[in-house]
Design a protein around this ligand. Structure first.
Ligand code: GRF
Length: 188
């Protein structure tokens, strides 16, 4: 099976997924899309020899170039790993139930536009939460809104800063995201 990853950041989650499936008979990461020129994910793609495409915004939101590309590459699962744009409805429809995202907090709290990276962890700490975690969910046309697949939690201590909380959450992401991708591909 073929996995496409959409990523715009450093790509640490993408790297974990690539590693997880490196010697797998089940699936492989065969395509990477990013909306950010120069993002770390392009270095990973080059090193791993995975085709990587810089998304053209106009085409992404108005055309069907990327839906066609995903179909031509026979992509089975689209994985958003640090991708900050909404997914347009033609893509959601074409890959219904086959697009997932990871969010670094326990949705439905601390989600939505602008809630990414350190903004999330700052908001969680400012709210005085006792725990945070990750949410892996299906993607629809709204930010952070589709059905939840998995949530995992970590405790927040009074000493936590956005940086230390980010690290705790990242451990959970790296531990669980590849496993959930595998589970979804196996149960298809
Ligand atoms: C992760 O925290 C993920 O939850 C969020 O974006 C971040 C991506 O990090 N959606 P990386 O690029 O995989 O390191």
């Amino acid at each position: 099976k073929n996995i496409a990853i959409f990523a715009s950041g450093t790509g640490s989650n993408a790297q974990k997924i690539i590693d997880h499936f490196r010697n797998s008979g089940l699936a492989r990461v065969t395509l990477i899309l990013s909306n950010k020129a120069g993002a770390g994910i392009f270095n990973i793609a080059e090193k791993e020899q995975i085709p990587a495409v810089l998304i053209d915004k106009e085409e992404f939101f108005r055309g069907d170039r990327y839906v066609k590309l995903l179909q031509e590459k026979e992509i089975d699962l689209v994985v958003l790993a640090g991708f900050l744009w909404k997914v347009p409805s033609n893509l959601v429809t074409a890959f219904s139930g086959r697009i997932i995202n990871i969010h670094p907090a326990l949705l439905p709290k601390f989600g939505g536009k602008g809630m990414y990276g350190h903004f999330v962890h700052e908001a969680v700490l400012a709210a005085g939460e006792k725990e945070s975690g990750i949410t892996i969910h299906y993607v629809n046309e709204k930010y952070d809104d589709g059905g939840v697949i998995l949530q995992e939690r970590c405790a927040i201590s009074p000493e936590d800063t956005p940086e230390t909380l980010a690290r705790k959450v990242q451990v959970l992401e790296h531990q669980w995201f590849p496993l959930i991708v595998e589970r979804l591909l196996t149960s298809e």
